[in-house]
Design a binder for this molecule. Structure first.
Ligand SMILES: Cc1cc2nc3c(=O)[nH]c(=O)nc-3n(C[C@H](O)[C@H](O)[C@H](O)COP(=O)(O)OP(=O)(O)OC[C@H]3O[C@@H](n4cnc5c(N)ncnc54)[C@H](O)[C@@H]3O)c2cc1C
Length: 497
């Protein structure tokens, strides 16, 4: 009742009296918007989180596969121990138990490039691929990673030394990635083709979702420093034991319990008057008034919210030059479990990563026992596959799995599902990386003092990931909160200047 009165009917000044808490509209209920909303609501700000879709979660979506009874995601996501803001959010929402953490980083690889010919394989019970792992569990902290690199199989002594030397240069900030692509940096750092193929390419595809020749080297440097060279905990992989969306879904209840709310509406535009946004207008023409706004929509949607004269600004026009990078995910169900590892990178095949969901997830009792094997395969930066049909993609994947994993040869493929995310993440290149906007871009560049930006694509210095989204949400909430408290004192009421 209270909401109906204040949202559609009230004027801006009625909603910002000193008796009422500051009201912020957060547009977009992905991880960025959820984080911003939760961090503001816990400080007593009244938040309206406006999400166009019926469910929050944005690019983290989970769904029930009716045939198998399994919950699957719109694509397999992995988190890492260095995802501080994301894990803080999960802690606040009480969903940490839904995440499984590796004891120490261990990544398996199957190199299918050498002697990968099934007909030549003398023993059909062993894989013709060279299966090895990067094992950082042997020693604590960065020593573990150094040991993992030094013992990486299939590399010469000088290649191992080169890898370790580069890692040390990254750690001690001796590398100059500015304006370079990942491939340019790797060549400059004298990484051999074999090291690039066996080590760097799978890591870059998984973390940056971009081909090496296009990806911004700044982001690889950041990922290496934060995730792989900051100790054992930072490098641990985490995965959801159920649908990942369940980790974030309790945000709705969290907000409602604090006098905030989530509404389903598509925002058409901001309601701008001079140097302020007084609220938003929905696609159905409703006005919702507020004291401040955080836009947490994706890159492709953000500019549309602003008035035409602001969209014409070159700083905003630049956003239209960002391409996006697709991810294709293939879910397979088989009658037996065919892959030993939790997850493994395949080298020299179309398939890039294979995740064994029977090992990573808690399988519900509702899943029929005939689906003993359940895999998720990932194709990052998957533009080359865009023109292929689902049947072609599944056929190719299954053929590759049968060649790499002997157990798959006698297994039956019972069911499959292909999920295409055409705009999975923005493609950050050396050229556009520096054009990512800060959270206070609307104030700084457009003169809109009470509007802030969040989203995985904003300037977090991270690749477009869940952690980038969560950090951007925290940054927007903190920036707004500081503005509220410096303007009105710590009790945080009222309107921003
Ligand atoms: C298949 C796939 C696999 C991935 N794998 C990983 C991984 O392993 N690890 C990792 O860290 N990251 C991964 N990512 C990236 C990660 O999912 C995203 O970076 C993150 O979820 C983005 O969150 P966001 O809040 O910034 O944006 P979004 O999730 O896009 O949220 C924006 C929200 O705004 C809403 N919206 C848009 N316009 C409007 C409007 N006008 N009005 C109201 N609402 C609007 C949208 O509906 C959406 O819910 C993956 C992404 C995909 C697609």
């Amino acid at each position: 009742m209270f909401w109906q009165k204040t949202t559609i009917m009230a004027t801006f000044h009625q909603t910002t009296s000193f008796a009422e808490p500051h009201h912020c509209i957060v547009i977009g209920g992905g991880v960025a918007g959820i984080t911003a909303a939760v961090r503001l609501a816990e400080r007593g700000v009244r938040v309206t989180l406006v999400e166009a879709r019926p469910d929050i979660g944005g690019r983290v979506q989970s769904l029930l596969d009716r045939e198998s009874g399994d919950i699957i995601d719109n694509g397999q996501h992995l988190l890492m121990g260095c995802y501080d803001a994301t894990l803080r959010l999960a802690t606040t929402l009480g969903t940490m138990p839904l995440l499984r953490r590796q004891a120490a980083l261990r990544v398996w690889f199957a190199d299918c490039t050498n002697s990968f010919n099934l007909s030549n394989s003398p023993d059909s019970s062993t894989s013709p691929a060279d299966i090895f792992s990067l094992d950082a569990s042997r020693f604590p902290a960065e020593l573990g990673m150094a040991w993992g690199m030094l013992t990486l199989r299939g590399l010469s002594g000088s290649e191992r030394y080169g890898l370790l030397r580069f890692a040390a240069r990254l750690k001690f900030r001796l590398v100059r990635p500015e304006g370079k692509t990942v491939l340019e940096l790797l060549h400059e750092e004298r990484q051999s083709e074999r090291v690039i193929m066996r080590f760097w390419e799978p890591i870059v595809l998984a973390t940056l979702n971009a081909p090496l020749h296009a990806a911004s080297a700044m982001l690889l440097v950041q990922v290496m420093r934060l995730a792989f060279l900051s100790g054992r905990e930072a490098a641990q992989m985490l995965s959801a034991t159920t649908g990942l969306a369940e980790v974030f879904a309790p945000a709705r209840k969290f907000l409602e319990e604090r006098g905030s709310r989530v509404i389903t509406a598509s925002v058409k535009s901001l309601l701008v008057k001079n140097t302020r946004a007084e609220g938003i207008i929905s696609a159905r023409g409703e006005q919702i008034l507020s004291d401040s706004i955080i836009s947490a929509v994706s890159l492709g949607q953000c500019a549309k919210l602003f008035p035409a004269e602001m969209r014409a600004r070159p700083e905003m026009q630049a956003w239209s030059g960002f391409a996006s990078s697709p991810i294709i995910s293939v879910y397979l169900w088989t009658d037996t479990d065919v892959v030993e590892q939790d997850f493994i990178a395949l080298l020299g095949t179309q398939t890039q990563w294979v995740f064994n969901r029977r090992k990573l997830c808690d399988t519900s009792e509702a899943v029929p026992t005939r689906f003993r094997g359940h895999l998720s395969l990932t194709f990052s930066a998957a533009s080359a596959l865009a023109g292929r049909t689902n049947e072609e993609i599944v056929g190719e994947c299954w053929r590759e799995l049968q060649e790499v994993f002997p157990a798959a040869k006698s297994a039956q493929l019972l069911h499959s599902r292909v999920i295409r995310e055409r705009h999975a993440t923005p493609l950050f290149t050396p050229e556009n990386e520096c054009l990512r906007p800060e959270t206070h871009f609307p104030a700084q560049v457009l003169g809109l003092n009470n509007v802030f930006l969040a989203g995985d694509w904003t300037r977090t210095h991270l690749p477009a990931t869940i952690e980038s989204a969560a950090r951007s949400g925290e940054a927007a909430a903190t920036t707004l909160w500081e503005k509220i408290t410096t303007t009105r004192g710590a009790d945080a009421q009222g309107e921003l200047p």
